[in-house]
Design a protein around this ligand. Sequence first.
Ligand code: GLN
Length: 304
Amino acid sequence: MIDFQSVLTAINEAASNEKERGEIADYIPELAKVDVNNFGIHLIDSQQNDYAAGDSNELFSIQSISKVLTLSMALSLIGENVWERVDVEPSGDPFNHLSLLELENGIPRNPLINPGAIVITDILVSKLENPKEDFLTYVRDIAGDNTIDYDETVALSEKKTGFRNFAAANLLKSYGNLNNEVDVVLDFYFHQCSLAMNCAQLTHIFYVFMNHGKCRRNKSYLTLSQVKRINAIMLTCGFYDEAGEFAFEVGLPGKSGVGGGIVALLPNKFCVATWSPGLNAKGNSKLGMLALEKLTTDTELSIF
Ligand code: GLN
């Protein structure tokens, strides 16, 4: 039996001694206010035992991690039709890049880069009565936690500076791959990105992807095939142009966000989330990557 608590405690100690902590994302002004010295880690195993260390109960902006949750909701609403509007190949490009979108006639490479996530958001806007409320209810329901909420200040902050996302949405519209108004879709997109969660809450949600589509209360949200697809996309596309490096160093499907969060999982075994707001040059949490590399090395647990 692996002593996850000792492993997490050691990871937290190593992180607190780390001097090079990366750079905080400041293109969304509100995110720049966070203290770079935060570090938290939380792990839930398949028996629903929780282990934690550091600032694992501090709320942070989950940003792009939300893209997995909107994809999950879209898949459960329209199934395989999702793939008519977005592809499933890694982009090898930064999350906000637009050149491939133009080359490939408005079909985004995958649902975990910004243009792909914006298409998924558009699907939800078409399908849901009250997109923001309904998506929040979906997330709260999976988590079994009604305290989860959007951070309106972060959403507004991104709306004011989200020029590249406006460009992406307009480009999608010009190719006929955005059915709703740009402003409406992006308002929802900025809100989904602004969801505030702590490491514990993230693992409690992503538990569904390690547990055959069933949440901690055993309620089913996804088919086995849908879970396979989501985990495959996280593995190949979850870290932008660093997905190869993450598979190489850590060896788990996962997803990062520019708020400094990373969530990753080993099917049937555990789900783990880290938070450290300093990012590396590719926009992924610097200490989060190191922590997860240490976790899978020390425990000898990875999908490989
Ligand atoms: N809201 C951010 C954006 O669209 C999300 C990016 C990220 O977390 N990588 O730019």
